[in-house]
Design a protein around this ligand. Structure first.
Ligand SMILES: [Zn+2]
Length: 248
């Protein structure tokens, strides 16, 4: 049930016929695990908290550094050296006290992934290594939880919505393969335009909201690609790989 205060807070959602009071109530009872509280996790969490997601678990073992502030807009100069998930949880609680926040200042590992991710309705991955992405995908398929996976390059981004636990749906590995062998390029190595992180992280929040409330066209099994130098976008369907070692 939404309180009078919440009805006021979410009024701009509630007037949308695609969301309405029912969609807002669904958001209130939904939970999301967000992996990475960096360039993608910041805007994703900000919009999910503002939108009134019920519960969010923030997973990241990193601390705020000066070079993060160019794109990670939940943090300020005074936060340098502090735990990212701790600072993010404070800012999000100030933004929307109705959201239950669970900051976990740990790196996701094969040992803790199932425990940390179980019990969530959706997983949003914005982590910084291919190995962790592959681990998140394996965990999502094993736990039967839909995954909204986002990644960015210097001027480009991609966003995929996966439910690989379903017989007819691809998982992230169906298109990415077994990328544990691929050396990851970090933002520190190759650079990234801050606003691109903001755009893709916000789009990631949008897809979480779509999964919860069901507005518009379902995006399961689709990959959205953004190229910022030319401002080109496209959306492709990912086929389920019958030889995928994760989901088939
Ligand atoms: Zn697969």
């Amino acid at each position: 049930m939404l309180s009078d205060q919440e009805l006021d807070r979410y009024q701009r959602h509630i007037v949308l016929k695609e969301i309405g009071g029912q969609g807002q109530a669904r958001l209130q009872s939904a939970s999301v695990a967000v992996i990475g509280a960096g360039g993608l996790g910041n805007p994703c969490l900000q919009y999910l908290a503002a939108a009134g997601i019920g519960r969010a678990t923030l997973i990241d073992d990193d601390t705020v550094g000066l070079s993060n502030l160019q794109r990670q807009t939940l943090f300020t100069t005074a936060d340098i050296g502090r735990s990212k998930v701790q600072v993010a949880a404070e800012r999000l609680a100030a933004l929307n006290p109705h959201v239950v926040l669970n900051p976990v200042a740990r790196r996701l590992t094969p040992d803790n992934a199932a425990t940390l991710l179980a019990g969530h309705d959706i997983i949003a991955d914005g982590c910084d290594t291919f190995a962790t992405r592959a681990l998140v995908n394996r965990s999502a398929v094993a736990l039967g939880i839909p995954l909204v996976s986002a990644a960015i390059g210097p001027f480009e981004g991609q966003l995929g919505v996966f439910a690989g636990h379903l017989a007819d749906q691809p998982c992230w590995a169906c298109f990415a393969g077994a990328p544990a062998d691929i050396p990851g390029n970090s933002c520190a190595d190759i650079g990234v335009l801050g606003a691109v992180a903001g755009l893709i992280g916000s789009a990631q929040a949008l897809e979480v909201l779509r999964l919860v409330t069901g507005f518009g066209e379902p995006q399961l099994g689709r990959l959205w690609l953004y190229e910022g130098l030319s401002l080109a976008t496209r959306s492709i369907r990912v086929p389920k790989d019958p030889a995928c070692p994760v989901c088939s």
